[in-house]
Design a binder for this molecule. Structure first.
Ligand SMILES: Cc1ncc(COP(=O)(O)O)c(C=O)c1O
Length: 474
């Protein structure tokens, strides 16, 4: 038999005083307090309420008063009376009328999930990772389990310096690397450091990570929007903006998918040199390029003017919360101080495991496998769209885990599209959610979708693409 805290007696806290102070009678005050408790979600759906006799005893009211209050709330749909199991909180009652919390909402369960930014989690190399973890823990000195260098384990910093030089062309060394909790923490550490040094604002790409602007603001800097065009971010405009830094996604603009063109790369570095600015390179999916060699890191153009941020979130799994900064020499000390203040250092065990995974060649093998897997998915998506929805223009497909679908004019509005998608069991996102608030509202025009083709599990991928095609041909 399941029990709830309330069943175990007496610990359902109900405050009747507010209702009484408003002049309500005992029963009405009790109903009011119960309604509030359920509405605000303090009792989860299915929670069993105390028997009326118990609650009456706790509150010092007549049993009938409680029984009548339960009956009233049952009639209103807040509670359900179940034969043999008393009175329980109704399934759909929680959350009604409650303001949405400021935290990100969990994506409602959709049959076909095209949420961008996530890898196919079924690809995570569990066996190889476990083997690396075993080797790492077996060989780690006891000292590794203590507090250590805020920059991270030297084993991982060495492995990353080699790996990033080889795979992304990054020019760094282990002393300039700071291991952090993904891009999310890395950008915060950098912004707080810049703020400390007197910067007031940073430019963010007009379209980007949905909370990119908020990350910059949380680091103490104002965000200024930098326009995009077919050659990538308009870095040629930086000199006209009063900013101390710019965040860019040069290898694969998120979400448009454009690779920052050489002249724009040069313009970013020239601006940083002339104005004492910092370019922050978000290399979130740099290894996942399909048609030719990966586009190298912008950081190589000037390691003293570009701070590079990489992450394990696309190549391995976002749940690892592992990222890394390759820093200009003068930022190592202040960023390390920010990292120390933030959380001491990242977890040693995951760091040692990743170091082992990289040095044993596990990451190279895994990334190669991922590339084949995602290329197959991308090709299937592209072929089906060409066949079923030829008027849809697909961009950004050369790399990464997402594509942008520009819908032709004259079709459904964005609202209608999202509504129809929900009917078809599809979780989809439009570029509206990627627009930095500082850039102002999205210009009028047909909706554009950001389709994360890494997200659906393998077995349902073809069906998910079919459902998407159905939506695009409505
Ligand atoms: C543009 C961009 N940058 C960075 C990240 C990775 O963030 P993190 O390393 O904090 O998981 C993502 C993930 O969705 C992204 O889309």
């Amino acid at each position: 038999m399941d029990t709830s805290p309330a069943d175990r007696g007496g610990d359902l806290h109900l405050d009747l005083s507010a209702g009484r102070a408003r002049g309500l009678g005992l029963r009405a005050a009790l109903e009011d307090a119960l309604r509030g408790t359920v509405r605000e979600g303090r009792l989860a759906p299915g929670t069993r309420l105390p028997p009326s006799r118990t609650l009456a005893g706790d509150l010092g009211v007549a049993r009938n008063t409680v029984a009548e209050a339960y009956a009233q709330l049952t009639a209103e749909g807040w509670l359900t009376a179940r034969q043999g199991s008393g009175t329980v909180v109704a399934e759909r009652a929680v959350g009604e009328g409650v303001a949405a919390p400021a935290l990100p909402q969990r994506t409602p369960a959709a049959r076909y999930d095209f949420t961008p930014g996530r890898p196919d989690l079924s690809l995570f190399p569990r066996t190889a990772w476990l083997a690396a973890a075993r080797r790492a823990l077996t060989t780690a000195p006891n000292e590794a389990l203590s507090y250590s260098d805020p920059r991270g384990r030297i084993e991982l910093r060495r492995a990353l310096a080699d790996y990033l030089a080889r795979v992304r062309g990054v020019r760094t060394d282990p002393e300039r690397i700071v291991v952090c909790g993904g891009y999310t923490q890395g950008i915060g550490l950098l912004c707080r450091t810049l703020r400390e040094r007197g910067a007031a604002a940073a430019a963010v790409e007009e379209y980007g990570l949905p909370h990119q602007q908020r990350l910059v603001e949380a680091g103490g800097l104002a965000a200024v929007a930098l326009p995009l065009d077919a050659a990538g971010a308009r870095t040629d405009l930086l000199a006209g903006l009063d900013v101390g830094a710019v965040t860019l996604t040069p290898a694969h603009q998120f979400p448009t998918g454009v690779a920052l063109q050489p002249a724009r790369r040069a313009a970013a570095v020239a601006w940083a040199r002339e104005h004492g600015g910092l370019v922050i390179e978000d290399d979130y999916d740099g290894e996942l390029r399909y048609d030719r060699q990966p586009v190298g890191a912008l950081q190589a153009l000037d390691p003293e003017r570009v701070a590079y941020i990489g992450t394990a979130s696309k190549s391995l799994a976002p749940g690892l919360r592992l990222g890394w900064l390759a820093l200009p020499a003068d930022l190592v000390e202040p960023v390390t101080r920010q990292k120390l203040l933030a959380d001491g250092h990242s977890g040693a065990f995951e760091q040692l495991t990743l170091a082992e995974f990289i040095t044993s060649g596990g990451l190279d093998r895994h990334v190669r496998r991922c590339r084949q897997h995602y290329r197959r998915r991308r090709d299937l998506l592209l072929a089906r769209l060409a066949e079923r929805a030829p008027a849809v223009r697909v961009t950004g497909l050369a790399a990464g885990l997402h594509a942008v679908l520009q819908l032709p004019p004259g079709g459904l509005s964005e609202r209608e599209l999202l509504q129809q998608a929900a009917w078809l069991g599809l979780a989809i996102h439009t570029t509206t959610g990627n627009r930095a608030p500082a850039a102002g509202p999205r210009p009028d025009g047909p909706p554009a979708l950001v389709i994360g083709y890494g997200t659906p599990p393998d077995h349902s991928f073809p069906a998910a693409v079919e459902a998407l095609c159905r939506l695009l041909t409505l």
